[in-house]
Design a protein around this ligand. Sequence first.
Ligand SMILES: C[S@@+](CC[C@H](N)C(=O)[O-])C[C@H]1O[C@@H](n2cnc3c(N)ncnc32)[C@H](O)[C@@H]1O
Length: 182
Amino acid sequence: MANGYDSDLTEKYHYQGARLVAECLEQYVDKHASILNAGAGGGLSGVALAAKGYADLVAIDLSEGMLQSAREKGVYRDVHRMVLGEVLDFEDGTFDAVTSVGIFTMAHAPASSFDELIRVTKPGGYIVFTLSEEAYEKAGFKEKLASLESDWKWSRVEMQPGQELSQGSGVLHQLWVFQTSI
Ligand SMILES: C[S@@+](CC[C@H](N)C(=O)[O-])C[C@H]1O[C@@H](n2cnc3c(N)ncnc32)[C@H](O)[C@@H]1O
């Protein structure tokens, strides 16, 4: 699956975002972990996680059409329609980690999404996500990420500077890793 996934996306679509996040996650989170894939879209990020050996995957997205496509990938334990920026229908501390690829951009999920993503992550869990440089500067993410850290909600583990999720797109996305507070 890993080889098929990599060749499909990098050769045909030149899409590397899902792989970058999966490679980053495996540096911090073991393969038995429960993972919330927030803004899962058609499930390519779930396929990348499954290719790395993650088996306990839950997808959320606001689009039923995208979620149907995600279901058909056969890699998610559960798939739910939920909207980032609103209250999520999960108990506190449900997941060991959250991943999110390509949804923190201009006119997509808002910076306020992180309040709920932190709530549904276990203390000491990881939140790994891409964030477009433009959204970081212009959509309130810079301030939100910093305020969550100064409020001791999470601490920054890593930030990889801007890179393209799809080669040739010209849109640069940072890759951030935070650990939720214990
Ligand atoms: C560019 S796609 C990325 C999909 C997937 N993460 C991937 O890497 O293939 C963006 C996705 O974000 C979803 N989305 C945008 N805003 C959202 C929000 N506020 N809550 C949940 N999903 C959202 C869209 O429906 C779409 O499926």
